[in-house]
Design a protein around this ligand. Structure first.
Ligand SMILES: *Cc1c(COP(=O)(O)O)cnc(C)c1O
Length: 253
């Protein structure tokens, strides 16, 4: 079932790329395994996925600790985070993505485990990541989270504050700003989010053109189960899909 869901999502990603004259290699699928048991995550792993997103520090650490790389599983080919470094050889390792709100006191638990932190939305948080990265001797790639629809319930910075924040973060030597992330409004009709995705892409292009030292706009993380096809049509390079791969989440348990 998970394998079928993945095939289905990948086909839709490919079709959305075709419609917008993009190559499917430009888009990385992140499997959002939050709340789901480790066994389901491993099913997706065996189907060939290597990029996994979690939104809670404890859960990310638990799953990361449980995971043992297997060298012999590559049944289908998948677009990967960095097109150049994988090619047809699928690495046995998992790349973990922190996609949820991150508290400063928990940064230390994940800073050397994650490939990318998608949810940086304050200088104070960035500073803490920089401090912990230096302690562990690592460089940390991050995205700046944008509250693109200015929703009260959402984390992220306002579009008008992004450039200033990025310029501040650029001074931190153990952090690399790789792009932008957003969680678009919840909607039954993905088309309603098209203008938000388009605004995100514009912001991404604008900031890239400023040529800020230590900042490269390479990743635009937007699009979830309900709207990833529209997000891709508007320039997303990373889609975060949970329900579409693992089924509905049950938070009542
Ligand atoms: C849960 C979550 C997702 C995945 O949501 P689905 O609608 O299940 O695909 C993506 N991004 C973030 C930040 C999330 O918290």
């Amino acid at each position: 079932m998970i394998q079928d869901n993945i095939t289905n999502v990948l086909q839709k990603i490919e079709a959305a790329c075709k419609r917008s004259n993009r190559s499917k290699e430009e888009v990385t699928l992140i499997a959002v395994s939050k709340t789901k048991p480790f066994e389901m995550l491993m099913e997706a792993y065996h189907a060939g996925l290597r990029e996994f997103g979690e939104n809670k520090v404890q859960e990310l650490c638990d799953k990361c600790e449980k995971f043992v790389p297997e060298s012999s599983s590559a049944p289908i080919s998948i677009t990967q985070l960095d097109n150049s470094s994988y090619d047809s050889n699928l690495s046995p390792e998992i790349n973990w993505h922190m996609i949820g709100h991150l508290q400063r006191n928990k940064v230390k638990y994940i800073v050397d485990k994650v490939k990318l932190i998608h949810s940086v939305d304050s200088f104070r948080l960035a500073e803490q990541i920089d401090i912990e990265a230096k302690k562990k001797g690592v460089l940390v790639d991050i995205l700046v989270e944008i509250n693109i629809a200015d929703e009260e319930s959402k984390f992220g910075v306002k579009p008008s504050a992004v450039e200033t924040l990025i310029r501040e973060i650029a001074s931190l030597s153990s952090i690399c700003v790789k792009g932008l992330m957003t969680v678009a409004p919840f909607t039954e009709n993905a088309e309603e989010n098209r203008t938000y995705f388009n605004k995100m892409h514009q912001l991404y292009v604008d900031i890239n053109e400023k040529n800020i030292d230590n900042v490269s706009m390479k990743i635009l993380s937007m699009g979830m189960t309900g709207d990833y096809e529209v997000a891709i049509e508007e320039g997303s390079t990373m889609v975060r899909v949970g329900t579409g791969i693992f089924g509905e989440r049950n938070y009542s348990e």
